[in-house]
Design a protein around this ligand. Sequence first.
Ligand code: G3P
Length: 218
Amino acid sequence: MKFFIDTANLDEIKEANDLGVLDGVTTNPSLMAKDGVTGKDSILKRYVDICNIVDGDVSAEVISTDFNGMVKEGEMLASLHKNIVVKVPMIKEGVKALKYFSENGIRTNCTLVFSAGQAILAAKAGADYVSPFMGRVDDTTWDGTDLIDQIAVIYGNYGFETEILAASIRSPLHIVKCAEIGADVVTCPLKSIMGLLNHPLTDIGLAKFLADYKKGNK
Ligand code: G3P
């Protein structure tokens, strides 16, 4: 399973990258705004800065909602760095753009996916990644893991090569659930990645090992 971090914050990206388990980064306009990155030039510079930290796929989202605009923007984003994956929303024009990009060697991540039907369209259009938003599905009292499970079955039935990138991850438990059901990728906040480290018995065990070492080495 690949680990992506879901942020535009460079310090968080560096911290996750230093852990040695990071495979990529996802961003979106909300995450850019949350980190105070506004304006086209600053946003493009941030993509390049991220690509210079992480040796892996970096999703950069188009703002256009029409086919021609998405194509123009996606081509410009892809030209920024070889690691860029163009993030395209699951709308009618987006499906057309996904198909165009897949035929023209530009890698894509289809975002804002909330149903298996949408995931089928994304795969048919040749998306490299599909992003079901697990946490936001949970927010509606449906189970996000069921959606990911359903997409995995469908993709398996037909040998679709689109990778399932579980997004809107809110906790370490979400990550573990995604691993159990075989999501290809999870994109998570730093807090959820670091949360995987925690277990009180590890802390108690380490404290005892260190105390015993001290006793024997006075
Ligand atoms: O990867 C998508 C993500 O950024 C959305 O997360 O927590 O806003 O639903 P959230």
